[in-house]
Ligand binder design. Sequence first.
Ligand code: ADP
Length: 405
Amino acid sequence: MRGILPAIGTALGAAACVFVVDGRWEGPAIALVGGIAAALLARGWDETVPSAALPAPAAPPLDEVLDAVGDAVLLVDRGRVVLANRAARDVLGAHVVGEDARVAIRHPAAAAALAQPDGRPVDLVGIGARDRHWAMRVAGTSGGLVVIDLHDRTEHAAAERMRVDFVANASHELRTPLASILGYIETLDDEAGEEPALRRRFLTIMMAEAQRMQRLVEDLISLSRIEADKFRLPDQSVDLGMLMAEVCAELRGSGSPRAMDVECATAGEVPPIAGDRAQLSQLFHNLIGNAMKYGRAATPVVARIERVTAGISIVVTDQGDGIASEHLPRLTERFYRVDPGRSRSLGGTGLGLAIVKHIVERHRGRLDIASRPGIGTTVTVTLPHPATPGAGLGAGSGAGAVIKE
Ligand code: ADP
């Protein structure tokens, strides 16, 4: 474009001069179009000549090309492996070169696919390690070589299993209170409906079960919303101290028997962070709510905000039974509870910490849970300060840290 602008300018200038001298538009128009066309032609000529002169790059050897491919690839000639790329050697071992392909990939489905190389994907489980999933394609070439491509589907299979488990768990969690409500409706419809005391008792239970369903549905909706927003960085300016004070005031006025045990404090000056206000409010509710639920009656529930090197930390501590270390790595899984009966009786849905984990991830923060059985639990969320270069603290690490699913 650099060379063409002055040329167009010159063409415009020439056209203007002809118009001034001649007083008609046809001549200047022809001068203008001709000038621009000449400029374009000249530019095309200038730029095509050097690129046409570039030599074509030399093709690298086939084994080098295949080593750069992420999938495991094997070339098979008359049933024997003649080439295995780096990924294939990593999974199957370097010894497979020279072996019968059916021995190299010991799997009944693989043998059937090798007998009929039609390029269709076949699912294989257990190649390389017992729980690894693969999609294998076997395709023939015009030269008689057979190409085997093994594409790793382990992560996809794990995600699919999680999805199926989640749907099954959510259905089960919803079906239980629903069955109970239906049962009571039937009973009320019979003779029990006539007796006022019984009727009132049943209605109270039905209300509690309906509220349990409502909490569950609300948590499911929250979870899916947070997941949908996963890749959108939150951008509201949030004063965490003020937000925590609002949540604490709400909880202290909630009428819960633990309401007066909640203590909230902000240590010093805490600058605002870039966040999602509604989600961070939910994070405070879930963490302080858990501390109130699982801490011992009449012991303090302390929520604190402080500035740390990595950003701003929210620390919630309770004095309760704590959590045995073997449960820590699973607490943020959906519906994972240490004691399901206790969680349900306290109104838990089993989704609170999964929601917290997703909110923390969306804010590029970090979640740590430390607990001492018989003493209590401390949950720490560290959110990056906007001024932190390349803000983002990664997933939890260190003793008692949890972030996984
Ligand atoms: P729930 O709705 O069951 O409380 P969460 O996802 O919030 O679900 O927590 C998962 C489980 O982690 C709980 O069922 C409980 O067993 C355990 N847990 C969470 N917070 C605490 C805590 N502060 N003290 C002890 N156990 C806790």
